[in-house]
Design a protein around this ligand. Structure first.
Ligand SMILES: *Cc1c(COP(=O)(O)O)cnc(C)c1O
Length: 383
């Protein structure tokens, strides 16, 4: 007998309508016959890869991008049929899983090429791979100035087809680095030229992440790899003052007040006694903490929204609980809704805001919302 799970009210609401809106408005903004990859790595930046991928597939994306093959396998299990690129390549031993599941690897070493070529040869097939060029990110990729010796040796892998050639920008969101981004584009074009000069016929040429696709029209190649923009995360990962498509935040994080009390002036609250009331205060206890992904560094810094008004976080955020000061907000009751990320009644707290207060970016905030926090999808369903 299965035990029904009655969940606590702490939840992340994922608005699949906004997700589709974001894809369609980027598509309108980019225009032309560009292809679109929805990057759904890291559980779609915390938004839930399976439901998001289904929504993207229905909206017409061409490709999915995952970080590791296991993420691609999960998408296949739920019936995702579109092409899936493993952006972080694969580890030896996973090559047959990739071929069986129809997952396409990025490759950037001769070892990877050799392993994948052998696996393809064994089944008498030609396998597609996407060749990553390192043009200045310095993370993974064949160095742009070492592409010729790489291609010399690559020639022996007769069961591989270079279907795509790609690179990744280091700072497309930073106007101060525009010269560097332009240099990355030049290096990419040169490497692509070297690939084509040897008779390879890559179908896809892609460079751009969200910032690149929006801010560098000449860097769109014929495929753009979109992550953050699709989830409506923009303000900290796009160039400031850049013209943007209409992008709406997709994730809201909410809970309900668990406990209320009145505390006299001069009492301290929470671990470390970092906050003392300066007046008689109404304090609400919220069932969310750093284990849920509400960072401890937000202690005494962030604010939440209750009854359409801001309420400051007071004292330390602990593992499972956070305190807020609701003094002066009328009519607050146990069970009232609390918005930690999202908007209500003209007040708004964005993942970007919590990122800035936490000395990080919005991506780390949404990725960090723990699986213990129930995802609720605006088009129905839970996971
Ligand atoms: C994560 C990732 C992207 C998407 O980046 P965003 O900034 O979220 O748009 C694109 N390409 C590669 C290779 C990535 O790893």
């Amino acid at each position: 007998m299965s035990i029904p799970v009655i969940r606590r009210p702490t939840r992340a609401e994922i608005d699949l309508g906004s997700l589709k809106n974001n894809f369609l408005s980027i598509k309108k903004f980019v225009g032309g016959d560009t292809r679109y990859m929805a990057v759904v790595k890291a559980d779609a930046y915390g938004h839930g890869a399976l439901r998001c991928a289904q929504a993207f597939e229905a909206a017409g994306v061409d490709w999915f991008g995952v970080a590791i093959p296991a993420e691609g396998v999960e998408l296949r299990k739920t019936g995702i049929r579109k092409r899936i690129l493993c952006l972080g390549s694969f580890w030896k031993g996973q090559e047959n899983m990739l071929l069986n599941q129809g997952l396409t690897p990025v490759i950037y070493t001769l070892d990877q090429a050799e392993t994948f070529d052998a696996a393809a040869k064994e089944r008498n097939s030609i396998a597609e791979v996407h060749l990553k060029i390192d043009t200045g990110m310095g993370r993974i990729g064949v160095r742009h100035d070492e592409i010729d010796p790489f291609l010399d040796k690559f020639a022996r892998f007769t069961n591989l087809h270079i279907e795509g050639v790609m690179t990744h920008f280091a700072a497309a969101d930073d106007p101060g680095s525009n010269d560097f981004t332009r240099e990355q584009i030049v290096r990419f074009e040169r490497a692509l030229g070297a690939v084509e000069a040897r008779g390879h016929r890559p179908v896809y040429r892609d460079l751009a992440n969200s910032a690149g696709a929006i801010a560098f029209p000449d860097a769109r190649g014929n495929l753009v790899r979109l992550g953050g923009a699709l989830y409506g995360l923009t303000r900290d990962v796009m160039p400031p003052d850049c013209e943007l498509p209409d992008l709406k935040p997709v994730m809201s994080v909410k809970t309900k007040i668990a406990h209320l009390k009145t505390v006299p002036e001069g009492e301290t609250l929470g671990y470390g006694r970092t906050f003392a009331t300066e007046r008689e205060s109404a304090i609400a206890t919220l069932p969310i903490g750093y284990q849920d992904g509400y960072p401890r560094v937000l202690s005494n810094k962030a604010r939440v929204i209750i009854r359409g008004q801001y309420a400051p976080v007071v004292g330390r955020v602990s593992m499972d609980w956070t305190l807020v000061d609701i003094t002066g907000i009328e009519g607050v009751r146990v069970g009232d809704d609390v918005v930690l990320i999202g908007s209500e009644g003209g007040c708004s707290v964005r993942a970007e805001d919590l990122g800035a207060l936490s000395d990080t970016i919005s991506y780390e905030i949404t990725c960090g919302i723990n699986r213990r926090v129930t995802r609720i999808y605006a088009e129905g369903g839970e996971e």
